[in-house]
Design a protein around this ligand. Structure first.
Ligand SMILES: [Mg+2]
Length: 444
């Protein structure tokens, strides 16, 4: 199977009109249409690879264009050529002499890189007949290390240190894998409290979630302080003092504003404030962390952190207390391995960002790997879950007792139902034909 040669790359602009009901709304993204640039790799055998990157509507066509621009670097290669020197292939994609100018390793070009590399990892896991998490867990630590580009991070994590972390975690690995298969990985829910939801909706969703066994809840904040106080009080009263509350401002504030605003929400004991300010402001996050630490509130960020180099600086500057990896923002599994290992070195828990379209499906593999093969800890660790759009996937996430149950199907859980892809193709799919308006018009 590794001999399979990639013969074709197809990329589709697939969008879901979530803005019509305010699903996914937050302080900065008031009307997202959850979307993906969806990649299918065909080979000269029956082996295929499926990958995606997440967007929130307009602009997906720019990501699609970037995927097409990178496709020439992929077509004609065998899976074996790629995975036997995965570090080299990662660099080939991220360091193309001309295209790196529109990155490097950030923004649209990095989202496109993620979509393609996610498809390669999916193909590799299919070729090995394993779910991706199991492929990673079973891989020799030296081979894992050879998938990572250590460029620009060796001042924080050397290859030898990464290897030491993986080898140290060998102890107890089998028990942790058995435990995950039996119990699953702890999750929290963001589905109850999007910013555009009414108090009635909040109350109804929160009581339904409590009845389903959820114990960790995230609330969107940042548009209006009095609204935030009312909403946080409502949720805290419903969930009681023993359950966990997190708040998420989606980059809404300047640094001093973030400190004063969140201080006024401290009475509701949030575990973390997520994305309090610009995702690029490392020193700002450090100042917020320092100010809110004494109140028992940590800072969480990462869903819009471009790459491993920025995560390195966040960790070095003690600018975050929770690392939120994202399966589609950075350079796929390769770069997330680097981030997971750096987080382990700095002893900061990884609590992945998920939701959107397919982010839960993908990132569950990475957090299972983190627990089984790296961190060996569940302290203050949990993976985000949002109950939207899973029905469009061939192997949707399975949640039981508010935990992610490890996927069993081979691959990276990226494959979407062909009927869903067709119906939601933008702008000509059935769903989009009857939706009009400027934000629903193609931009190119
Ligand atoms: Mg968030």
């Amino acid at each position: 199977m590794l001999k399979a040669k990639i013969t074709k790359l197809t990329v589709s602009d697939v969008r879901f009109p979530t803005s019509l009901e305010q699903h996914g709304s937050d302080a900065m993204h008031k009307d997202p249409d959850y979307s993906v640039a969806y990649v299918v790799l065909d080979t000269d055998t029956h082996l295929k690879g499926f990958g995606l990157t997440f967007t929130v509507g307009r602009g997906t066509e720019i990501v699609v264009c970037a995927v097409k621009a990178l496709s020439t670097l992929v077509i004609g290669k065998t899976l074996e050529e790629i995975v036997s020197d995965f570090r080299g292939f990662y660099r080939l994609l991220s360091n193309d002499g001309q295209m790196r100018w529109i990155g490097p390793e950030k923004g649209v070009i990095q989202l496109a890189t993620a979509a393609i590399l996610n498809a390669i990892w999916d193909m590799w896991a299919h070729a090995e007949g394993k779910p991706l998490w199991k492929l990673l867990v079973d891989m020799d630590p030296r081979q894992l290390i050879r998938c990572i580009d250590f460029t620009y991070i060796t001042d924080a994590l050397t290859e030898q240190e990464a290897l030491d972390i993986l080898e140290k975690a060998n102890k107890g690995k089998q028990q942790r894998e058995d435990q995950m298969l039996k119990e699953g990985y702890p999750a929290y829910t963001t589905s109850c409290a999007w910013l555009g939801y009414s108090d009635e909706q909040l109350t109804q969703l929160c009581s339904a979630a409590l009845a389903e066994g959820w114990t960790r809840f995230k609330v969107k904040v940042g548009a209006d302080l009095q609204d935030d106080i009312r909403r946080c009080r409502l949720i805290r009263n419903m969930i009681g003092p023993e359950n966990t509350l997190m708040i998420d401002a989606n980059q809404r504030w300047d640094v001093t504003e973030a400190i004063s605003w969140v201080s006024k929400l401290a009475e509701f004991c949030p575990l973390w404030i997520e994305e309090p300010t610009s995702p690029d402001d490392i020193l700002g996050h450090a100042a917020i962390s320092k100010a809110l630490g004494p109140l028992g509130i940590g800072v969480a960020t990462g869903e819009q952190c471009h790459n491993r180099v920025m995560f390195k600086q966040f960790l070095q500057a003690s600018a975050l207390q929770f690392v939120q990896i994202d399966s589609c923002r950075v350079g796929s599994v390769n770069e997330n391995l680097a981030i997971i290992l750096m987080a382990a070195k700095f002893k900061v828990p990884v609590c992945p960002h998920a939701g959107g379209v397919g982010l839960c499906e993908l990132v569950q593999h990475l957090i299972l790997f983190d627990y089984i093969s790296v961190s060996a800890s569940l302290d203050n660790r949990m993976c985000e879950y949002v109950d939207h759009l899973h029905e469009h996937f061939k192997s949707p996430t399975v949640i039981r007792n508010a935990r992610y149950i490890p996927p069993k199907d081979p691959g990276f859980s990226c494959e979407m139902l062909e009927s869903s892809v067709q119906k939601h193709q933008f702008p000509h799919g059935e769903v989009w034909r009857c939706i009009q308006g400027p934000k629903h018009s193609p931009i190119m």
